[in-house]
Design a protein around this ligand. Structure first.
Ligand code: NAD
Length: 498
């Protein structure tokens, strides 16, 4: 493909895009099998482009390119490798609008939320710039004349497999740490949103990243399995649903490969009667409907303790006032719309009250995939809407009488990504936080994402593997420690210096 890339959209109009190809060894190439997949603009429900679908041979080709680039990249001083991220940050800021509009077009997010995705990605790049500081200084004289030193060495060729919902941020959860520490990388973007990674590859190239250090292979199941199986790929980072996280983890482990696989979520927000009503209602809405509920940190269940009706009423009022298409974006595809609507239908059939109904939503002029904000009242923890990941703008309310019952509801769910408590009492907050079975907890915060340098990762079925994905844990995940113990004594006899 030689045609100039056209990522110039600056509005919600429908735009056709160039073919999305693989980026291997610094060249744009079509997958060998000749298969293509349509990429749909979720706002318009129309095909905006197509992506090449890779298989085992394409992964092998990418591994060969990454292996060829590995010695040179490893030999490049760490501080020099980090300089590329400083330049990348500047380039991402220069192209912020373009990155955000591109992301909005392929993912369906509003431009404000797409902008947030890109800015969070930039924050990850900033963390990567700081890695030379982290990597310095682990040494100690452990005995007379004996020194121990730890250096963090690259693993070699590594890979990342990412989901559709944060097309720029999630790849950047992995790339800065993995690249600055000297690995070469194969990225497998979601086939539903491949263009943001394509743009990222162009920016990395412009920032001075040598060819072959970052390779992008597009595709689905076959390419993921080939990554897990390939003997020369030393580590795999995965972010996506729990079902696939388990598949990838097990497959990678079978090949004695390091793997960290983040999965799905069912996040519980516990509201007690002394919670600040306005802050709580606004935060519940922002958490449940940001990115149309298509984020692993979205509020999915409100556990209402005792009488918090005034907070529910206010939440309903704010949610009902949201303008679809402006305050909230589209759903990724028609199949997801159907899945989300089925959860609402099922809950209604079981006698749940639909306080706000997002079914049959539409946006004038944008005939894409829409579901409006939805609130289900009177859900129980054993209903599908009460225990399964819906991954859409649906907030289920479960009523309980005591805080211990609320904690039990949270604890019983197999996921464990995030949990939060809304209260004005520090003792209540502490009691709940100490008992939640979730990796990321919030106090009066609806989306308790740990920002850099802290690491991102849930517990239970929300994470398969050890350690967390971002921040310092990312630095550890993508490196192996070399321990050097040394003894140098003053020479007793002559050396070349004497
Ligand atoms: P997904 O699991 O369907 O896809 C993730 C990746 O796996 C994609 O690259 C996809 O091509 C690939 N894939 C899909 N099916 C596969 C299969 N059968 N075998 C091998 N590979 C396969 O997830 P998604 O729909 O793209 O994203 C939404 C999910 O991701 C939600 O469950 C959400 O909670 C989760 N998520 C989790 C986090 C987290 O940090 N825990 C962050 C973002 C998204």
């Amino acid at each position: 493909m030689t045609k100039e890339f056209e990522f110039s959209g600056r509005n919600y109009e429908f735009l056709p895009y160039v073919d999305c190809l693989n980026w291997i060894g610094g060249e744009w190439t079509e997958a060998q099998g000749g298969e293509w997949l349509d990429v749909e603009n979720p706002r318009h429900g129309k095909v905006m482009g197509r992506v090449t679908v890779s298989g085992t041979e394409d992964i092998a080709k990418a591994v060969a390119a990454a292996s060829a680039a590995a010695p040179g990249w490893k030999a490049t001083p760490l501080k020099e490798r980090a300089q590329i991220l400083y330049r990348l940050k500047q380039l991402m800021e220069r192209d912020l609008d373009e990155l955000a509009w591109l992301l909005s077009h392929e993912n369906g997010k509003t431009i404000a939320q797409a902008m947030g995705d890109v800015k969070k990605g930039i924050e990850c790049v900033e963390f990567g710039c700081s890695i030379p500081n982290l990597a310095a200084g682990e040494q100690l004289d452990v005995s007379r004349g004996i020194n121990c030193q730890v250096t963090h060495e690259p693993l070699g060729v590594v890979a990342g497999i990412v989901p559709f919902n944060f097309p720029t941020m999630v790849p950047l959860w992995m790339l800065p740490q993995a690249l600055v520490t000297g690995n070469t990388f194969i990225l497998k973007p979601s086939e539903q949103v491949p263009y943001s990674s394509m743009k990222l590859a162009l920016l990395f190239k412009e920032a001075g990243l040598p060819d072959g250090v970052l390779n992008i292979v597009n595709g689905m199941k076959e390419s993921v399995e080939a990554i897990a199986d390939h003997p020369d790929i030393k580590a795999v980072g995965f972010v996506g649903s729990t079902k696939v996280a388990k598949i990838v983890y097990e497959r990678a482990a079978k090949h004695a490969k390091r793997a960290l696989c983040l999965g799905g979520a069912k996040n519980h927000l516990v509201v007690v009667p002394d919670a600040d009503p306005e802050l709580t209602a606004e935060t519940l809405v922002a958490s449940a409907y940001g990115c149309s509920g298509q984020r692993c940190m979205a509020a999915s269940v409100v556990v209402a303790v005792g009488d918090v009706q005034h907070i529910i009423d206010r939440t309903v009022e704010i949610a009902s006032g949201m303008e679809l298409g402006k305050d909230m974006g589209a759903i990724i595809n028609a199949k997801s719309v159907e899945r989300i609507n089925n959860y609402i239908d099922d809950a209604e059939k079981r006698g749940v009250k639909v306080l706000v109904d997002g079914r049959n939503a539409s946006v004038a002029g944008n005939p894409g995939n829409w579901v409006g904000p939805t609130i289900l009242d009177g859900v129980t923890a054993d209903m599908p809407a009460g225990c399964e990941e819906i991954f859409g703008p649906v907030l289920s309310i479960i009523h309980v009488d005591t805080l211990d019952e609320a904690i039990a509801v949270e604890n019983d769910n197999p996921y464990g990504n995030a949990a939060a408590i809304f209260t004005t009492n520090g003792g209540v907050a502490r009691y709940a936080i100490e008992r939640f079975s979730a990796g990321m907890c919030g106090i009066n915060i609806g989306v308790p994402v740990p920002r850099e340098p802290f690491a991102f990762g849930g517990w239970n079925d929300s994470k398969i593997g050890h350690g967390d994905m971002t921040g310092y844990d990312g630095f550890r995940f993508w490196t192996q420690p070399r321990k050097v113990t040394s003894r140098w004594e003053a020479a007793k006899d002559a050396t070349w210096m004497s």
